[in-house]
Design a protein around this ligand. Structure first.
Ligand SMILES: *Cc1c(COP(=O)(O)O)cnc(C)c1O
Length: 325
């Protein structure tokens, strides 16, 4: 195996903590959390692991500008802007929405890190505008490097393949890994890492906003493409991807009582912070599956806390966080 280019700035390994009070309350399996909300880059989150590989690739290509895209409150964009600042690259973010009068949470941090924002009013236009932006930067000599949505390129995926190795070295036996999945990079990395490093449990992604069908295609093809870095392509099929889209019916970033309850339970039983968009929804799915008896009591579930806590303070969500119960 050739060595894979990687910069080292994440705080690794992230801690694993048991959640005994939550387990007891739910009458379910043992639950552990992997604290990827504490990866050390700009308030942490799962994009740090991907960016270690993406920034290395950008540097190797001699890039001077990082270009990426996302929602106005994108965690990925916040972390990409921080990584760009840290390595002396300019950063241009293509965000869908309209420039608000005042910037809060992730958007505020994007601006603090010196990112330039290009707003796209219509989500359907984002890809066109991001390509235009990229081409204009290239023509202007800014040497742009494009990071796809969520950092989920075959290069970014490597972050979560190696996260499986890290987890296995920590020695916890867990029958399940559960996490929120959206652009599919985390999911593809964990699926690839399971194969490469021989993790024997199940890797279950809880969809934040995509169909099960889309995720199976996306994750299997990303994992297959990323596998080349380990010396030979492995063909992953749709059957290698475990996903449920049972908890995303309300749409991206639309809070329901299920997310509110999940965020509240983690907070009140364990003093842990989830976020309204991703980990709150993933935890709501986990809690529902526990209540339906989908895990045996003697099993152990590892929940990846993928971060996103800045969104708790976004104007859009802060008044909707407290459940009425
Ligand atoms: C981006 C993100 C996810 C989803 O990760 P993908 O690799 O895009 O599927 C989950 N949780 C948080 C907090 C995120 O920011």
């Amino acid at each position: 195996m050739t060595t894979i280019p990687r910069l080292r700035f994440a705080h690794l390994p992230t801690a694993i903590e048991e959640l005994p009070r939550l387990s007891a309350h739910l009458g379910g399996p043992r639950i552990f959390v992997k604290r990827d909300d504490q990866t050390g880059l700009a308030l942490g989150g799962n994009k740090t692991r991907k960016l270690e590989f993406l920034l290395a690739e950008a540097q190797a290509l001699g890039a001077k500008t990082l270009v990426t895209a996302g929602a106005a409150q994108s965690n990925h964009c916040r972390q990409a802007a921080a990584a760009a600042a840290k390595y002396g690259l300019d950063c241009v973010l293509v965000l869908n929405g309209e420039a608000p009068d005042s910037a809060s949470s992730n958007l505020l941090l994007d601006l603090l890190f010196g990112a330039r924002i290009v707003w796209v009013a219509d989500r359907a236009d984002r890809e066109r505008v991001q390509n235009q932006t990229f081409e204009a930067l290239k023509a202007g000599g800014a040497d742009p490097y494009f990071v796809p949505y969520g950092g989920s390129s075959p290069t970014g995926v490597l972050g979560y393949a190696f996260a499986v190795e890290e987890f296995m070295e920590q020695g916890l036996q867990a029958e399940w890994m559960v996490f929120g999945t959206s652009s599919g990079g985390t999911h593809a990395g964990l699926t690839l890492g399971k194969r490469i490093f021989g993790y024997r449990g199940k890797v279950l992604g809880i969809s934040i906003d995509e169909s099960e069908d889309w995720l199976k295609d996306r994750v299997s093809s990303l994992a297959s493409d990323a596998s080349r870095s380990f010396g030979g392509r492995i063909d992953f099929s749709r059957d290698d991807v475990l996903a449920t889209a049972a908890y995303c019916g309300s749409g991206y970033g639309v809070l329901t009582d299920a997310e509110r309850e999940a965020v509240g339970l983690f907070a009140r039983f364990e003093g842990l912070l989830l976020d309204p968009v991703y980990t709150g929804r993933a935890a709501a799915g986990l809690i529902d599956m526990i209540r339906k008896g989908q895990f045996a009591k003697n099993e152990t579930v590892l929940f990846w806390n993928t971060g996103g806590q800045p969104a708790l303070f976004a104007e859009k969500y802060q008044s909707h966080m407290l459940s009425s119960s």
